[in-house]
Write a protein that binds this ligand. Sequence first.
Ligand SMILES: C[S@@+](CC[C@H](N)C(=O)[O-])C[C@H]1O[C@@H](n2cnc3c(N)ncnc32)[C@H](O)[C@@H]1O
Length: 464
Amino acid sequence: MDEEVSPTLSLSDNFPEPFLAFLRSNSLSLSEYALTSPLPRYIRLNPRSTPRIDIPTLALQLGTPLTPVAWLPPTSGFYALAASTRIATCPAYKQRQIYGVDVASGVAVLALDVQPGDHVLDLCCAPGMKLCHVADLQGEEGTGSVTGVDVNPERIAVCRNMLKKYRVQRGRLFVADGTTFDVHAPSELDHRMALRSTPPTEPQSTDPSSAGQHPDGPLSTITANDKCSKPEATLSPSTTSPTHPSPHSEPETTTTAPCTIPAASPPHPCSSSSSSSCPSPPRKKPKLKPFHATRLLRTDPQLSHPAHLYDKVLVDAECTHDGSIAHLVKYDRAGWANLVLPNKNNNNNNNNNVLSHLDPAQLWTLQRGLLANGFRLLKPGGILVYATCSFTVRQNEAVVADFLNANEGNVVVEHVPGAHAFPLAKRVEMYDGVQGMQHVLRFSPTASNTSGLFIARFRKTAAA
Ligand SMILES: C[S@@+](CC[C@H](N)C(=O)[O-])C[C@H]1O[C@@H](n2cnc3c(N)ncnc32)[C@H](O)[C@@H]1O
């Protein structure tokens, strides 16, 4: 059975006391959740699917009229559906002609202004809805790439299936900590070479007995926080199911197939010319085995070359998910027993709760770390988008203010094109010493008829 959610009007009636206390302590009002009509569901058409489905046929399949999202360009492919629509059982969904995804999530990707040749990094990528959107914007013919990073191997396995389902070709996935991830974009040189080369011929095994194995060896994670250690830990999730949905995305339901495709094994970090403090280990040829990548991404010799930074970076940060209606509805349905409050003593890293498993200070450090590292890996002139599905100022404007302060002179917050037409929530003027800021976007159920999402778009103005 699929796990689709349709928001109800009485959602906030059932909030348990710990969640209410969380809202109070962040000066968040219950009125944020006071819907006067059920939130619509949203789909996005897959522009890379062949054949493309026409709207009347899709409406028939879904059993509901499709309303284009009027405040986005028609080319965005977003449509609103009745709240009760079931998407995952629709043939067009099964045949990858559509995605089920909240439209506010789409805005976070559109804010990156992805071009066909861009190399795009997504530092918190799982389950991969936004990665797919980036790939769709790059198109089939582009020379760009998508690189996805997530610390959670189970969620990366879900992401893998998502990329596989939607046939994202120029993509890499890494199980790594986004705060220290250090693999650069693929090089232009290899792109030119790859355009002349034949497609990879190695078979992708479907034999469950080889699950988790790659023809070149076992799957590996990156030990990004120890620059001098070798890649460690074998990752071989042979069967995975999502522990919870992306707060911004349609829950993925087709993830129980054996996982036979490798995650990435990075080059040894010490092989990078920038790593002068490491003792010299035997020099090894960098070996990268990303999932679902063409040869150019597997064999690129310049993975850590300082010149190969990313054109665009998305930091869709881990957060308390308090603005994610999909999360809240799920907990409302399944019971709130698993809600875990931010708590210093709770080291639960299964990312399986509404509020974060991290205490607020850890979360603050994580979000700032992700933003700082994303910015480090961004080209001068490039765009970075920071997003959370929290309503709290602490995880949004405060993180942004701290980041701007630390990078003064090297970064500006930019207007998101088209934002004047967006149905946004009111800007925060001042909270707990943090001043509201221009250009950042706050989507909320009551103002936008979407799930809650904070979005800030930055441009790197100098080589920071
Ligand atoms: C909001 S979700 C990302 C949703 C995703 N961008 C999408 O659109 O499908 C946040 C993700 O951050 C991941 N995460 C948490 N801590 C991280 C870290 N230190 N480095 C990388 N990813 C992390 C979580 O596992 C989770 O999958």
